[in-house]
Design a protein around this ligand. Structure first.
Ligand code: 13P
Length: 334
């Protein structure tokens, strides 16, 4: 697999005014989302819900790719068309979550490490055959009393780098996601410091494992005060701190950065991205890879009547894609 092909995929993922929809919730996570709206978490309901999302008319206008879960990558529409074919026809690149979730990191109370490296090469080979052209691995960094430790940061970045180099070996663009969680009462400066250390460690590890940055996408968390912090930050403060942090730690050769929404409101996620893109030109395109901030409105509508409300739910998916696509250009307005 040539590096040019990886670069082409990476560039297409962050094409101007386009971003990613993350619909890669594991069965446990989608159950939580379904429980919240009173839908039973059966395989058929998960399939029908993802079919609604992926068959949104005009999805490819503002969406370059979608991250799927293992089960979803193998599923078809009710009419028997593989989801990957529906996506390719719409100009939406199939992506796949390949990590096996976070687990407590032994010896480091309150911290987690992401598992899933064993057998990953074989899984990537199969995912490529099934049509996946990019992958996602999420590491989680918790902020709290005396955490994160350097040990947890290093363990997570080491795993991200090993994952990324395996992806590139198999012709798949790695999306590397070190999520600094919003949980806690820490202030925005603490989030800045932790995010900077994590990103520096990540790019050091990627270098150590010979990962080509030109064929890699960073999925970053924004620099925000913790959810329980008394001092809130304005849209401009978040945008300015996030940009300053990224510029201090992310090499310019990276083809693009996409953000996770991480529990922000739909409007905040869009406003923050828009504000960053209004603040001049940056070394990389800045776009979105939102899960909740792309889906939450549609899920509520769909759940009320999964058969009758498909078109109405899809309207909100298209609307959120349009708004976030405009924010990726710095052209969104309320
Ligand atoms: P949220 O945008 O809901 O945080 O999800 C994005 C994601 O893929 C997290 O791994």
């Amino acid at each position: 697999m040539s590096i040019e092909q990886l670069e082409d995929t990476a560039k297409a993922m962050v094409a101007a005014g386009k971003g990613i929809i993350a619909i890669d919730e594991s069965t446990g996570t989608i159950k939580k989302r379904f429980d919240g709206v009173g839908v039973e978490c059966t395989e058929e309901n998960r399939r029908a819900y993802r079919e609604m999302l992926l068959t949104t008319p005009g999805l490819g206008e503002h969406i370059s790719g979608a991250i799927l879960y293992d089960e979803t990558l193998r599923q078809k529409t009710a009419d028997g068309v593989p989801f990957t074919e529906v996506m390719t026809r719409a100009g939406v690149i199939p992506g796949i979550k390949v990590d096996l979730s976070t687990h407590p990191l032994a010896g480091c109370p309150g911290e987690v490490v992401t598992e899933g490296l064993d057998g990953l090469r074989a899984r990537l080979k199969e995912y490529y055959q099934l049509g996946a052209r990019f992958a996602k691995w999420r590491a989680v960094i918790n902020i709290g009393d005396d955490i994160p430790t350097g040990t947890a940061i290093e363990a997570n970045c080491h795993a991200l780098a090993r994952y990324a180099s395996l992806c590139q070996e198999q012709g798949i663009v790695p999306m590397v996601e070190p999520e600094v969680l919003m949980d806690g009462d820490h202030d925005i400066d603490t989030c800045f410091e932790v995010t900077e250390v994590v990103l520096r460690s990540l790019f050091g590890a990627l270098f150590d494992f010979n990962v080509s940055l030109e064929g890699t996408i960073l999925k970053a968390s924004m620099v925000l005060p913790g959810k329980d912090c008394a001092e809130k930050a304005s849209v401009e403060e978040v945008a300015e701190a996030t940009l300053r942090c990224l510029k201090a730690s992310v090499p310019a050769s990276l083809p693009g950065i996409v953000f996770l929404s991480g529990g922000q409101s739909d409007e905040d996620a869009t406003a923050h991205l828009d504000a960053m893109n209004r603040m001049g030109t940056h070394p990389w395109p800045l776009s979105f890879s939102y899960g909740r901030a792309m889906q939450s409105a549609a899920l509520k509508i769909w759940a009320k009547d999964p058969k009758a409300n498909v078109a109405e739910a899809q309207k909100t998916v298209a609307q959120r894609a349009r708004e976030n696509g405009l924010a990726a250009l710095g052209q969104w307005s309320k």
